[in-house]
Design a binder for this molecule. Structure first.
Ligand code: SF4
Length: 91
């Protein structure tokens, strides 16, 4: 399992999650933050500190936000790949 940041982060990017993550697996890109699923230890500490409820466990991602599972998971492939998937999601 992993935690996933969804669309609600865009336009807010509060960054409180980065402060509480014990393994530093939340990364800031231009519009939002993303969680590297290979590094996340599922501690859940980030979920309650998000002021816009943008973080959920992967199995709890709302149906209309499922694209964000892949958007977060693209982090190991590089920032450009995350941005590319975000642009694709918008199209
Ligand atoms: Fe970091 Fe824990 Fe959130 Fe995973 S669940 S991103 S390890 S704070």
């Amino acid at each position: 399992m992993t935690y996933v940041v969804n669309e609600a982060c865009i336009g807010t990017k509060d960054l409180s999650c980065i402060d509480v993550c014990p393994v530093d697996c939340i990364y800031e890109i231009d519009e939002m933050v993303v969680i590297d699923p290979g590094e996340c230890i599922d501690c859940s500490l980030c979920e309650p500190v998000c002021p816009v409820d943008a973080i959920t466990p992967a199995e709890g991602v709302p149906a209309d936000q499922r694209d964000f599972i892949a958007i977060n998971a693209a982090w190991p492939d590089g920032r450009e790949e995350v941005n590319r998937l975000l642009a694709e999601w918008r199209a």
